[in-house]
Design a protein around this ligand. Structure first.
Ligand code: ASP
Ligand code: MG
Length: 401
């Protein structure tokens, strides 16, 4: 929704879907850059804006675009009606700026759809029990769309974004990255949580929970030349053999902390990570070494923005309390992950990953695995090299035509 011309383009696209006999609910986000502009304005007035008031303010971006799109649709001769999140009763909790959707009533949406009207709903926003305006966190329109699709039992939820699908990795780092025709919901969830920025992670969680058929498409494709984007599938629905690795994800937003020489006894992990959790800091990869002479080392990663706060907690509360020898920190690390449901049935993925990194002289600092992903923490300076060599080693590079 970048400009008046683009809004008219969206209206034409909606009109085409409508002409094919679909009932449509369109969830829109703000005009590009608008949410950033509003947040900056708020911070200009008040360095730490009150969260309730911030939500009152940033939710206006979407209130503008729903009306503009409805106008454009009417000009094309369609029946259209816009609603804010509160008006269609997107009920959320009261966690301002990152509220969670609890329920969507949607009665007026169903009524309008029955009367052949295209319904346009403001994404990113809802209302709490007390009637306060809430927002769902950056990128929250994705979640609004999926939640509405679930509530209305839609056939499909299409998310138009600024990329034309889900790629094997970020094409800005690896130009040979390929667009995936389909990716499983579990892989998408891993990729979203491992740093791929295509969809808000909550929207993927929602889609998984309610089995919403989700498709990621580009909002920039030329009219009449649209591709099918990437379909997010449920693994049990696919008969096809799954590729071993579907993508290489990465995240720069990490920092590592190490507590050296702590007594190796029950309760130590809890004593270290308890205060970190109490401070609401997310912990990601965790490693505890094998004990030696009664002591051990304990490392974990946190979001980079929380590095200073976590370090302070370790220095002031944990080090004296548990009797650690020293605290070390490194905020110049990154995490690189290989994701693929196929690795469940193919051993040797981890060893191949480690070999490829070793051949480039990249030291692995931490490793963490799940059934469908292997992540390594490495020095940030190796990020691009690691992503590139892994992408190639797992056969993800585009085959030159
Ligand atoms: N406008 C909101 C944002 O910029 C929501 C969204 O775009 O999904 O984060
Ligand atoms: Mg968005």
């Amino acid at each position: 929704m970048g400009s008046p011309e683009r809004i008219r383009g969206v209206a034409r696209r909606v009109a085409r879907w409508k002409a094919q006999g679909n009932q449509l609910v369109v969830v829109v986000s703000a005009m590009s850059g608008e949410t950033n502009r509003l947040i900056a304005l708020a911070k200009d007035v008040s360095p730490q804006p009150d969260p309730r008031e911030l939500d009152v303010m940033v939710s206006t971006g979407e209130q503008v675009t729903i009306a503009l799109l409805a106008m454009a649709l009417k000009d094309l001769g369609l029946k259209a009606k816009s609603y804010t999140g509160g008006q269609v009763k997107v009920l959320t909790d009261s966690t301002f700026t990152k509220a969670r959707i609890l329920d969507i009533e949607g009665d007026n949406i169903r009524r309008d759809l029955g009367q052949d009207t295209v319904v346009i709903v403001a994404g990113f926003q809802g209302m709490d029990e007390a009637g306060n305006i809430t927002t769902l966190g950056r990128g929250g329109s994705d979640t609004s769309g999926v939640a509405l699709a679930a509530a209305l039992k839609a056939d499909e939820c299409q998310i138009y974004t600024d990329v034309d699908g889900v790629y094997t990795t970020d094409p800005r780092i690896v130009p040979e990255a390929r667009k995936l025709e389909r990716v499983t919901f579990e892989e998408m969830l891993e990729m979203a949580s491992l740093g791929s920025k295509v969809l808000q992670i909550r929207s993927v969680e929602f889609a998984g929970k309610y089995k919403v058929k989700l498709r990621v498409l580009s909002s920039f494709e030329e009219e009449g030349k649209e591709t099918n984007g990437t379909l997010i599938t449920f693994e049990e629905d696919t008969q096809m053999e799954q590729p071993i690795i579907s993508g290489i994800a990465f995240n720069r937003d990490e920092a590592k902390l190490t507590v050296l020489g702590v007594p190796d006894r029950p309760g130590i992990a809890y004593q270290i990570l308890g205060p970190i959790a109490d401070a609401n800091i997310d912990v990601d990869v965790i490693i505890q070494n094998v004990g030696h002479d009664g002591t051990t080392d304990f490392s974990f990663t946190v979001p980079r923005g929380e590095f200073a706060r976590a370090r302070k907690i370790l220095d002031e509360q944990i080090k004296p309390h548990v009797g650690a020898r020293a605290i070390e920190g490194d905020n110049r690390i990154c995490k690189v992950s290989a994701v693929g449901v196929g690795m469940r049935s193919h051993p040797g993925v981890a060893s191949k990953m480690f070999r490829v990194l070793a051949e480039e002289g990249i030291n692995i600092q931490m490793i963490s695995t799940s059934e469908i992903k292997i992540s390594v923490v490495v020095d940030e300076k190796y990020l691009e090299l690691a992503v590139r060599v892994l992408h190639r080693a797992f056969g993800l590079d585009q085959v030159a035509a």
